[in-house]
Design a protein around this ligand. Structure first.
Ligand code: GTP
Ligand code: MG
Length: 427
C-alpha cells in the first residue's frame, strides 16, 4: 500500500461493522475479573491520630478480625511509621492489607515536625514504585505495591474545633494521599454537639484549603450514594469488638451504665457509612486515585527534577533519548568542570606547600647563620681569653724565674757573709 493511501486510511473515521455471529470478545470484562481475582489485591491504609484515639479498635471493627495490636507509649521522641501487612480472604478474593500506624503522633511537646515522617513514608513508597517502573526488567505484575491508598485521619472528639496540628498535617498530606477525616470515639460527644462539630470541621477544612477525598460521583452506579455520603463527612465513628446482646441478637457495641452504643446502628454512629464507602463501594477508586492522581503528581515532579520534559522550548515533543543525551552532556560537563577545579586546587595546594617549605628553609638558614656567627664570636672570645691567660702565665713564669734567681742570689749572699765576718775578725 502506498504511503498516501496508508495516511488516508488512518485518517478516515472508524467504521462500525456488525458481526455475523458470536465471536467471543464480550468475555473480556470476565477475563479481566478472573485475572484480577487470581492476582489478588493490595490495599494500604494509613492511620493518623493521637495515641489511644481508637485506631486499632476501629481497624479490628472494620475488618471484623483481630489484628496485632501493640499499645503505643506517650513518650516517643518523634513520630514513627509502623506498617503491618496481613493476608485476608473473603470468598475467593485475596487481599493483602497493610495497616500503617503513625505511632507517637501528637505526643511531642514540639509538634512542628510531626507531619514530616508521615510525608517521607508516603514519598518513599512512591519512590519504590517509581524505581520499579524505571527498571529495565520490571516486575510490576507481582510487585508488592505499598503506596498508601487512604489516610484515615482520626479527629479527637473535642466538640470544639480542629487543632492546628490537624490542619497542618492534613494540608501537608492532601496532595499525596486520599484523606478521609473521621471523628473518633463519637460516643463521647452529644448528638447536637456532634452536628455542630461536623459543620465546624468542614468549614475549617475549606477555609484552610485542605482537600479531602471526595467519593466519586462520575460512575452512575454509585453516584447517588456517594454524593449523599459526601455530605456526611467527616464520619463520626465508634469502634468496638465487644459483643452485646440487644433483643435476641448479639451485636458489636459499647456498653455503658446508661445504655448501649451499637457500632452498626446508623442512628448511633457513622461506622456503617465508613465501612460502605471505604471497603464496599470505593476501595477500587481509592486505589485508582492513588495511582492516577497522587502517584502521577509525584512521578511528574520527580522526572522534571531529573530533567525530563515532554516538550522542548519550541513545543516539539522531547524524546527520552534526547533528554538522556542532554543530561549526559550536562553531567559530563559538570564532571569535567569539577575535575578541572580539583586539579587547580591541587596545583595551588602544591604551590602553597612549596612556598611554605621555601620560607621554612630560608628561616632555618638564617638561624644557622646566626648560630654560626654566635659560635665564631664565642670562639674568638675564647681565643682571646686563652691568649691573655697564656700571657699571664708567661708573665707569671718570668716573675717566678726572676723571684727564684733573686732568691738564689740572696741565698748566696747570706752564705758568704759569715765568711767575710770571720775574715774581718781575723784581720
Ligand atoms: P495506640 O495504638 O496505642 O495509639 O492506640 P489506638 O489509637 O490504637 O487506640 P486503641 O484502639 O488501642 O483504643 C484505646 C482505648 O480507647 C481502648 O480502651 C478502647 O477500648 C477505647 N476505644 C476505642 N474505640 C473507642 C470508641 O469508639 N469509643 C470509646 N469511648 N472508646 C474507644
Ligand atoms: Mg493501636
Amino acid at each position: 500500500m502506498a504511503a498516501t493511501d496508508l495516511e488516508r486510511f488512518s485518517n478516515e473515521e472508524k467504521r462500525s461493522l456488525s458481526l455475523g455471529g458470536h465471536v467471543g470478545f464480550d468475555s473480556l470484562p470476565d477475563q479481566l475479573v478472573s485475572k484480577s481475582v487470581t492476582q489478588g489485591f493490595s490495599f494500604n491504609i494509613l492511620c493518623v491520630g493521637e495515641t489511644g484515639i481508637g485506631k486499632s479498635t476501629l481497624m479490628n471493627t472494620l475488618f471484623n478480625t483481630t489484628f496485632e495490636t501493640e499499645e503505643a507509649s506517650h513518650y516517643e521522641s518523634a513520630v514513627r511509621l509502623r506498617p503491618r501487612t496481613y493476608d485476608l480472604q473473603e470468598s475467593n478474593v485475596h487481599l493483602k492489607l497493610t495497616i500503617v500506624d503513625a505511632v507517637g503522633f501528637g505526643d511531642q511537646i514540639n509538634k512542628d515536625e510531626s507531619y514530616r515522617p508521615i510525608v517521607e513514608y508516603i514519598d518513599t513508597q512512591f519512590e519504590n514504585y517509581l524505581q520499579e517502573e524505571l527498571k529495565i526488567r520490571r516486575s510490576l505484575f507481582n510487585y508488592h505495591d505499598t503506596r498508601i491508598h487512604v489516610c484515615l485521619y482520626f479527629i479527637t472528639p473535642t466538640g470544639h474545633s480542629l487543632k492546628s496540628l490537624d490542619l497542618v498535617t492534613m494540608k501537608k498530606l492532601d496532595s499525596k494521599v486520599n484523606i478521609i477525616p473521621i471523628i473518633a470515639k463519637a460516643d463521647t460527644i452529644s448528638k447536637s454537639e456532634l452536628h455542630k462539630f461536623k459543620i465546624k470541621i468542614m468549614s475549617e477544612l475549606v477555609s484552610n484549603g485542605v482537600q479531602i477525598y471526595q467519593f466519586p460521583t462520575d460512575d452512575e452506579a454509585v453516584a447517588e450514594i456517594n454524593s449523599v455520603m459526601n455530605a456526611h463527612l467527616p464520619f463520626a465513628v465508634v469502634g468496638s469488638t465487644e459483643e452485646v446482646k440487644v433483643g435476641n441478637k448479639l451485636v458489636r457495641a459499647r456498653q455503658y451504665p446508661w445504655g448501649v452504643v451499637q457500632v452498626e446502628n446508623e442512628s448511633h454512629c457513622d461506622f456503617v457509612k465508613l465501612r460502605e464507602m471505604l471497603i464496599r463501594v470505593n476501595m477500587e477508586d481509592l486505589r485508582e486515585q492513588t495511582h492516577t492522581r497522587h502517584y502521577e503528581l509525584y512521578r511528574r515532579c520527580k522526572l522534571e527534577e531529573m530533567g525530563f520534559k515532554d516538550t522542548d522550548p519550541d513545543s516539539q515533543p522531547f524524546s527520552l533519548q534526547e533528554t538522556y543525551e542532554t543530561k549526559r552532556k550536562e553531567f559530563l560537563g559538570e564532571l569535567q568542570r569539577k575535575e578541572e577545579e580539583m586539579r587547580q586546587m591541587f596545583v595551588n595546594k602544591v604551590k602553597e606547600t612549596e612556598a611554605e617549605l621555601k620560607e621554612k628553609e630560608r628561616e632555618l638558614h638564617e638561624k644557622f647563620e646566626h648560630l654560626k656567627r654566635i659560635h665564631q664570636e664565642e670562639k674568638r672570645k675564647v681565643e682571646e681569653k686563652r691568649r691573655e691567660l697564656e700571657e699571664e702565665m708567661n708573665m707569671f713564669n718570668r716573675r717566678k724565674v726572676a723571684v727564684e734567681t733573686l732568691q738564689s742570689h740572696s741565698l748566696q749572699a747570706t752564705s758568704q757573709q759569715p765568711l767575710k765576718k770571720d775574715k774581718d775578725k781575723k784581720n
